[in-house]
Design a protein around this ligand. Structure first.
Ligand code: NAP
Length: 246
């Protein structure tokens, strides 16, 4: 039985927590506390940043105090700061570090992707007067709202903080989404572009199929590079690695 800390906030993290909890490990999931009503993982849960001592040091102190054997970073591919902190914290403490990285989506025949490095660049490349479906979460929508020639819809789990200018509205929805619903949303909303992060995974991939079907171009934000730890790309691979190299 291992004492495991999972850095979570994703569906993958919940699946990992459930599997390891059922296997008899002592599992705690750490959530950032950014959503008001997070979905509860199995096992124990702690909420909020480790920032008392400045991120990495706070996490390092937690790993030592709680005598954690394994740290599993299963945060979202775009949560770059916490993953950097995890890398530094395990460096300080020597705790085993597994980094779960679900594969990125790849462009397929029939897709039109404009790949960009970050959200600000995504807002810059949109053609003048675009009507945009923005699916990048609630936190980084400001660059789109600042462009007075754009209009559209922000779909997120919780509402953005910004006051929306005329021509914009919010749709609060939690994945998974179906291809049929995504086609209806894109078509009926008259969107000329879709903006997405390259999050990977199945839960939100239906929008890619819908955009391909309707010929809607996607502005795709590339992932930040994460490094360190033992990289695993599936829940099954993680289980095997923990079983073979306990
Ligand atoms: P971030 O920019 O990498 O992290 C910002 C700060 O939030 C970190 O420095 C840390 O604070 C705290 N934090 C982040 N994840 C944490 C966790 N699992 N447990 C405890 N503290 C955490 O992260 P973010 O992009 O704001 O994402 C926050 C959470 O939402 C993550 O858990 C991520 O998996 C989830 N999420 C993010 C996205 C996205 O697109 N970014 C999408 C879906 C879910 P301290 O420095 O004080 O420790």
């Amino acid at each position: 039985m291992k004492k495991i800390l999972i850095l979570g906030g994703t569906r993958d993290a919940r699946i990992i927590a459930r599997n390891l909890h059922r296997s008899g490990h002592d599992v705690t999931t750490s959530l950032a506390g950014v959503t008001q009503t997070p979905q509860q993982p199995d096992g124990k849960v702690r909420i909020g940043g480790f920032g008392g001592f400045g991120g990495a040091r706070g996490l390092g102190a937690y790993l030592s105090e709680q005598a954690i054997d394994v740290l599993i970073d299963a945060t979202h591919p775009f949560a770059a700061v916490i993953s950097r902190n995890a890398e530094a914290a395990v460096h300080m403490t020597g705790v085993r570090h597994l980094r779960f990285e679900r594969p990125a989506w790849e462009m397929q025949a029939g897709d039109t992707w404009i790949e960009v490095e970050n959200v600000a660049a995504a807002a810059r490349v949109l053609p003048q007067g675009s009507r945009v479906l923005v699916t990048i979460g609630r936190k980084e929508v400001a660059p789109f709202l600042k462009r007075s020639d754009l209009s559209g819809l922000i779909r997120s789990i919780e509402a953005p903080d910004e006051v929306l200018p005329p021509g914009w509205c919010v749709l609060l929805e939690r994945p998974p989404f179906t291809v049929e619903d995504e086609i209806a949303l894109l078509r009926d909303g008259g969107f000329s572009s879709l903006v997405s992060k390259n999050s990977g995974g199945d839960e939100t991939a239906a929008k890619l199929v819908a955009a391909r079907h309707l010929g809607v171009p996607i502005v795709m934000v590339r992932r930040p590079v994460k490094s360190g730890g033992e990289r695993v790309t599936s829940v099954a691979e993680l289980a095997v690695r923990l079983a073979i190299f306990p």
